[in-house]
Each structure stands twice: as structure tokens, then as C-alpha cells.
Ligand binder design. Structure first.
Ligand code: AP5
Length: 211
């Protein structure tokens, strides 16, 4: 059983690293960003509520997030643990998970700079069908603009525009960064430097997990 949180600014590589770790550890990744994007695409009530916040690079209200996470971790595939990617993102979300009796083994914080993540987000390309993530220079698809996994045309996320990226970073520093202190006080914080290739960052993450 391993319950993990991957923490870090937008573009730090949380999704990329969670996907690799998920396969190695045999536990699912729960990404609130992916869940919300799916809800927007399907036009559900949650999607309608979330869309304007996401397009502006703002956080979706805590009440929406807490509900979808609490429901998701009860599913059968979470019995052996899970990786939370991009949640919690506010102290209120972290406290709500704690109040619900959910405890974690490690909180992995990917440490990077605003300059690095801005370059990453501007070059990010994603598959609208299967969610695979690429980067125009650091992690290109085999055929430019086409998903390696399912052959769909890759797109740029709505919120990966320069102005929205700046807003997301501002909100990260104000709302999410204080979670490091919160989990440090609980002895759970594992800080991992985000220098080098995706594989080398993954090696450091597996090492702090004792794997
Ligand atoms: P979400 O989808 O969670 O976005 P985010 O946190 O902004 O994170 P990203 O997905 O942008 O980045 P990432 O760290 O996963 O990086 P990635 O692996 O893709 O949330 C989107 C929105 O939903 C939020 O703005 C908010 O509105 C809402 N939301 C979601 N959760 C919420 C919550 N809990 N509360 C409230 N609102 C919520 O990597 C980035 C790029 O870099 C890729 O192109 C990748 O190939 C490349 N890359 C990765 N690692 C490396 C490396 N080591 N070297 C070179 N390139 C690399």
C-alpha cells in the first residue's frame, strides 16, 4: 500500500512523473486536472462550473475538488494505493483530506524555477484523446504533431498561453506552496530537484520512495 502526493508548480512534470511512477508501482494516478478536463469535454455539471476558472488559470473551488477526490479514492483500483497529481492545491484541500481520515506515506515536491516551467508549458503538446504528454524539444513525439500512443493530432492546452501561465504560477506560490510547510511538519515532505532528463528525475523520485 502506498499513498502519494506529487506536488509542484504547473509544468514541473507532476503528470509526466506520476505516469511513470504509476506503472512502476502498479497504482493509479488521480489527476484532478485530467478529471476536470474530461468533465469540461463531456459538458457535465462539474465541467460547466470548472471551465471558466481553468481557462483563466484560476483554481476551481475547493468544494468541487474535495468531492471528486473523496469519491475517486473509494474506487476498487485504489485499494493498493494511489498517486494524487495536482491535488491538494490549497491548505483547505489538504485539511479536508486529513479530516476525511486519508493519510499519506510520502509527499513528493518537484523543485524547479518559474523560468524552467514557463518554457516547458509553452512547448507542451497533449493528446486530446488519450492524454499523453509531449514537448516540442525535450520530449517530442516520433512524428511531429501526432500522438505516439494513439495517432491523434496533438493540441496545445488552453491554459498554456503566456499570460495564463503567469497567473497559474502566481496562484501556485500563494495558495499551493504553503503545503510544503504543512507536510514538512508531518514529516512527509520529500523534495526532489528537477534538473536533468525525465528519467533522471524519475530515478530521484523512486529513490526517495525507497524503490
Ligand atoms: P493541472 O492539469 O493539474 O495543471 P498544473 O498543475 O498546472 O500542472 P500541469 O499539468 O500544467 O503540469 P505538470 O506538472 O503535470 O507537468 P507535465 O508533466 O505536463 O490543472 C489544470 C487546472 O485545473 C488548474 O489551473 C485549475 O484551474 C484546475 N485544478 C486542477 N486541480 C485542482 C485543484 N486540486 N484545486 C483547484 N483547481 C484545480 O510536464 C510539462 C511539460 O514539460 C511537458 O511537455 C513534459 O513533456 C515536459 N517535461 C516534464 N519533465 C521534464 C524534464 N525533466 N525535462 C524536460 N521536459 C520535461
Amino acid at each position: 500500500m502506498m499513498k502519494l502526493i506529487f506536488l509542484g508548480p504547473p509544468g514541473a512534470g507532476k503528470g509526466t512523473q506520476a505516469s511513470i511512477a504509476s506503472k512502476k508501482l502498479g497504482i493509479p494516478t488521480i489527476s484532478t486536472g485530467d478529471m476536470l478536463r474530461a468533465a469540461v469535454k463531456e459538458g457535465t455539471e462539474i465541467g460547466k462550473q470548472a471551465k471558466s476558472f481553468m481557462d483563466a488559470g484560476k483554481l476551481v473551488p475547493d468544494s468541487v475538488i474535495i468531492g471528486i477526490v473523496a469519491e475517486r479514492v473509494e474506487k476498487a483500483d485504489c485499494a493498493q494505493g494511489y498517486i494524487l497529481d495536482g491535488v491538494p492545491r490549497t491548505l483547505a484541500q489538504a485539511r479536508a483530506l486529513e479530516d476525511a481520515g486519508i493519510r499519506f506515506d510520502h509527499v513528493v515536491s518537484i523543485e524547479t524555477t518559474d523560468q524552467v516551467v514557463t518554457q516547458r508549458l509553452e512547448g507542451r503538446r497533449v493528446c486530446p484523446d488519450c492524454g499523453a504528454t509531449f514537448h516540442t524539444t525535450s520530449n517530442p513525439s516520433k512524428v511531429e504533431g501526432v500522438c505516439d500512443a494513439c495517432g491523434q493530432a496533438l493540441i496545445q492546452r488552453h491554459d498554456d498561453q503566456a499570460e495564463t501561465i503567469a497567473n497559474r504560477l502566481k496562484i501556485y506560490h500563494k495558495e499551493t506552496e504553503p503545503l510544503k510547510e504543512f507536510y514538512q511538519q508531518r514529516g512527509l515532505l520529500r523534495q526532489v530537484e528537477d534538473t536533468g532528463s525525465i528519467e533522471s528525475v524519475n530515478g530521484r523520485i523512486m529513490a526517495v520512495l525507497g524503490k
